[in-house]
Design a protein around this ligand. Structure first.
Ligand code: B3K
Ligand code: ZN
Length: 877
């Protein structure tokens, strides 16, 4: 096999030919589906005449080909490389092809495949080429008319994009439905579903009074798990009308739940296809977190109808144009309907743990990469989450009103087009009058900027001098970095009053909370009329995706935790304080010195437990220590054992010191009310469960009792799963094992619950867990072909059980590499994703580095898919 070659952004050219309309006919069969395509093709006006026609195609068997009704002779076309080339074609013509494909052999879950007996498709990014020969690139936008033919008995439901226009019976027990999608779209938004599905249906009247039918299609046994997704969809539709003035544009909107799916969901025009885990919920099978995730993914895919579908990406380098913007949109939506500060805290903690790690590793890339081998590897936290942070900065920089004008301009100017990130940013600049030139660097420069800040208070002159210095560390392929335009939101909190002080900068009064603009490598900000010594509260609400270093003392942090007016920074101050204590304990553990708990952390926690904090969800977050992964992110060299020991020590110390408070919290937040996925209930459950975790950290008798009762009471999955996890993670196998068994038997029929059953066992900190992982891989319900199972078992173990994944004998690494090697053949996209923890080898001690690299080398010696090849090459570079 020749080495896969990179594709460069700088090589972009419009396609030589474009398709204006596509007529597709699918005659479904598991081993030999026939796909007929009639493409209306014309030369691209910006391209020269006489070029050959090049169409992408993969794993297709060509049965016939004709141009304007004339079959082509074998010498007139060539199949090879990435598809089909026709040497001579007219300026405008009809291309007819017929190909054969085998959905049942499709374990990569890209293109047309079968899942639990139903046919479905996944075309983003480059799956359509596994369905038919086509210019499979997002800047070719065509209207589609699709006829689906299938067995009437086993496939009563036949769906595709748009509106159904014709249906009928055919000989041999077959039937057909023809669908028409009037909106021009790129091939990656094509979708087809066929199966024995049942639906729930609802209606929505858009702001201009159009009536839309909403359908959610599932397997019959899941009909009772659809209500929340439907309610979420309607909320999202209303929100997009109210917030962005965007309404839905077809008469029908469909969502289908599929069991085997590589990611969360897909925004195909009018026919969103969802991983069943991202759409199905029931109080007894899904946790609060799952309910919230469904709500945000349903919204995300719906929002794509404008940010992605109506206005799409010119090429895949622009992926963040649709993903960053749409994640920002779904984040704002979730913040609006839940606790906004908690949403921000959750998003930022995830971001700082996982995206920062990506940015610091060998696969670091800009939000707009300039080259790739396999675009499937670029559905990353950088493209999605950092992309969303950039859009959030833009919105803050230009202000809400200008942001809305800019988005209106973007949607109207580019409706029906495939565009670039500059096009989007230009609209924001035009609508606001801001110069966003330097800001654009955020898209091309990889790595996490670090700000070193320090400040001095001059008592005599009542001045506060703040000095900010920025630097972005080198990343692969980018050694030199330029200064970015970084918005820093801040306040100065008076140490006497505990209040935000008025800010005066360069003679201008800015209120008590302001954004300053860091554009240089180093910049000084002199605040005048500062009446008392302040503690600065910097980067409020995480106003930029950077690491901020400020020499806060522990008293400063305790002060900010108690007094900061910014909810996010109040939480962050507590996290910083805990991190300082954890640092000491990590060092003590490494040096074999006795661990001593910092009383300031205990006092701060006591303060939280005793203060009257109204938002219980925020309180739950503030009582939660930084995760082991986030602590690791802060360490120069990751010592998983020391981190685990230090964190466990803090949890136990807090539990011992504050046992009665935790018990009281549990008492106060228990409820018999029927389950609802509503903010107040979710907040009370999370607070109660955080408190219970502390009690279980010391295996307190009362705590054990409560956990067992909570499990047995079986009120909802949030409580049941939490209690079960705590029992399984404890040393008390006498209570854990029977509970685990009961749970496994009760839910054996439910895939999504069984995923949770797998996950919660493999996050056990005990040393025997690797054997359990191996044992569970042999479980009849485990299959490498189901991505949810692979993620639940292998992904969870490798990413969420650092102590055991990083065992010093390398057995955790070996297990992961074995799985990657097998999956490389079955499902390259999932295989490539799974490697991530091994790519982080440079963060560990030398012995572990060697073990990790050896496993990467072992993978590299295989015949690799481009996906796995690209990741492994980067990791070993
Ligand atoms: N756009 C899809 C992701 C497709 C991933 C393909 N490998 C889901 C989403 O971001 O909404
Ligand atoms: Zn998306």
């Amino acid at each position: 096999m020749s080495e896969p070659q990179p594709i460069y952004l700088s090589d972009y050219r419009p396609p030589a030919y474009r398709v204006t309309h596509a007529e597709l006919t699918f005659d479904l069969d598991p081993a030999a589906t026939r796909v007929k395509a009639r493409l209306h093709v014309e030369r691209h006006p910006q391209r020269e005449a006489g070029a050959s026609l090049e169409l992408e195609g993969e794993q297709l068997t060509l049965r016939s080909i004709a141009i304007d009704g004339q079959p082509l002779g074998e010498e007139e076309y060539k199949i090879g490389g990435t598809g089909l080339t026709v040497h001579r074609v007219p300026e405008t013509f009809l291309l007819d092809t017929e190909v054969e494909i085998a959905p049942d052999d499709n374990t990569a879950l890209s293109g047309l495949y079968r899942s639990s007996g139903m046919y479905c498709t996944q075309c983003e990014a480059e799956g359509f080429r596994r369905i038919t020969f086509y210019p499979d690139r997002p800047d070719v936008m065509a209207t589609f008319s699709t006829t689906v033919i299938g067995d009437a008995a086993s496939l009563p439901v036949l769906l595709s994009n748009g509106n159904p226009v014709e249906r009928g019976e055919l000989p041999g027990g077959r039937h057909f439905v023809t669908w028409d999608d009037p909106h021009p779209k790129p091939s990656y938004l094509f979708a087809l579903v066929a199966g024995d599905l049942k639906k729930i249906e609802d209606r929505f009247t858009t702001m201009s009074g159009r009536d839309v039918t909403l359908q959610l299609w599932v397997e019959e046994e899941n009909l009772d798990k659809t209500e929340h997704a439907m309610a979420s969809l309607k909320r999202a539709m209303t929100w997009d009308e109210e917030t962005y003035g965007r309404e839905y544009d077809l008469d029908l909107f469909m969502i289908v739940a599929v069991n085997d799916f590589n990611m969360g969901a897909m925004e195909n025009k009018g026919l969103n296809i969802f991983n069943s885990a991202a759409v199905l919920t029931h109080p007894h099978t899904a946790t609060d977190a799952a309910f919230q995730r469904v709500e945000s993914i349903v919204a995300h895919e719906y929002f794509h109808n404008w940010s992605g579908n109506r206005v799409t990406c010119r090429d895949w380098f622009q992926l963040s144009l649709k993903e960053g913007f749409t994640v920002f949109r779904d984040q704002c939506f979730s913040a609006d309907i839940n606790s906004a500060p908690v949403k921000r805290i959750e998003d930022v903690s995830f971001f700082r743990t996982a995206q920062f790690a990506e940015d610091a590793g060998p696969t670091a890339h800009p939000v707009r990469p300039d080259h790739y081998i396999e675009i499937g590897n670029f559905y990353t936290l950088t493209i999605y989450e950092k992309g969303a942070q950039i859009v959030r900065m833009l919105s803050n920089l230009v202000g809400e009103a200008a942001f809305r004008r800019g988005s209106d301009l973007y949607f109207s100017r580019f409706d029906g087009q495939a565009v670039t990130i500059e096009d989007f940013v230009d609209c924001m600049a035009e609508a606001s009058g801001e110069d966003l030139g330097q800001f654009l660097l955020w898209y091309s420069q990889a790595g996490t900027p670090e700000i070193d800040a320090h400040g001095e208070y001059d008592y005599a002159n009542a001045e506060y001098r703040l000095i900010l210095r920025q630097r972005t560390p080198a990343t692969p392929g980018q050694s030199e970095k330029q200064a970015l335009h970084i918005p820093v939101r801040l306040g100065l909190v008076g140490t006497k009053s505990g209040r935000d002080l008025p800010l005066t900068l360069d003679g201008e009064a800015l209120g008590t909370d302001a954004v300053i603009h860091l554009r240089e490598d180093e910049q000084e900000f002199l605040f005048t009329d500062v009446s008392e010594a302040p503690v600065p509260s910097l980067l409020r609400d995480f106003s930029a995706p950077v690491k901020l270093h400020f020499p806060y003392g522990r008293e400063d942090l305790a002060f900010l935790q108690a007094h900061d007016s910014d909810g996010f920074n109040r939480w962050d101050a507590g996290q910083r304080l805990a991190l300082l204590a954890l640092d000491d304990l990590i060092a003590a553990h490494r040096n074999g010195v006795e661990k001593v708990m910092d009383s300031r952390v205990v006092d701060a926690f006591r303060g939280l437990l005793e203060a009257q904090i109204d938002d219980k969800a925020v309180l739950a977050q503030m009582l939660t220590l930084p995760s082991e992964a986030y602590i690791a992110e802060q360490q120069p060299l990751v010592d998983v054992d020391a981190i685990h020991a230090a964190r466990t020590f803090v949890r136990q110390s807090l539990a011992l010191a504050l046992r009665d408070d935790f018990l009281r919290i549990i008492e106060e937040n228990r409820s018999d009310a029927p389950y609802a996925p509503e903010p107040e209930q979710i907040a009370a459950r999370s607070l109660k469960n955080v408190a219970l975790s502390y009690l279980m950290a010391i295996e307190d008798e009362a705590g054990l009792e409560i956990a067992q009762q909570q499990f047995a009471a079986d009120r909802n999955m949030t409580d049941v799963r939490h209690a079960l996890t705590l029992m399984v993670h404890s040393s008390r196998s006498d209570i854990a094992d029977p509970a685990l068994k009961t749970f496994g038997e009760r839910w054996a029929h439910d895939r999504l619950v069984m995923d949770q059953w797998f996950s919660l066992q493999v996050t056990r900190p005990q040393a025997d867990v690797l054997d359990r992982v191996k044992f569970l891989m042999e479980h009849p319900a485990f299959s490498l072909k189901n991505p949810n199972r692979v993620r639940a078992l292998i992904g969870t173990f490798a990413n969420q059980n650092p102590v055991n994944f990083h065992r010093d004998d390398g057995a955790g690494y070996r297990l992961l590499a074995d799985t990657v090697i097998e999956l490389n053949r079955l499902n390259p996209e999932i295989a490539a994703r799974l490697i991530t923890p091994l790519t982080r080898w440079a963060r560990f001690d030398e012995a572990r580095q060697e073990l990790m690299r050896a496993e990467l080398e072992r993978i590299r010696a295989e015949e690799l898919s481009p996906n796995v090849y690209e990741v492994v090459e980067k990791a070993l570079a």
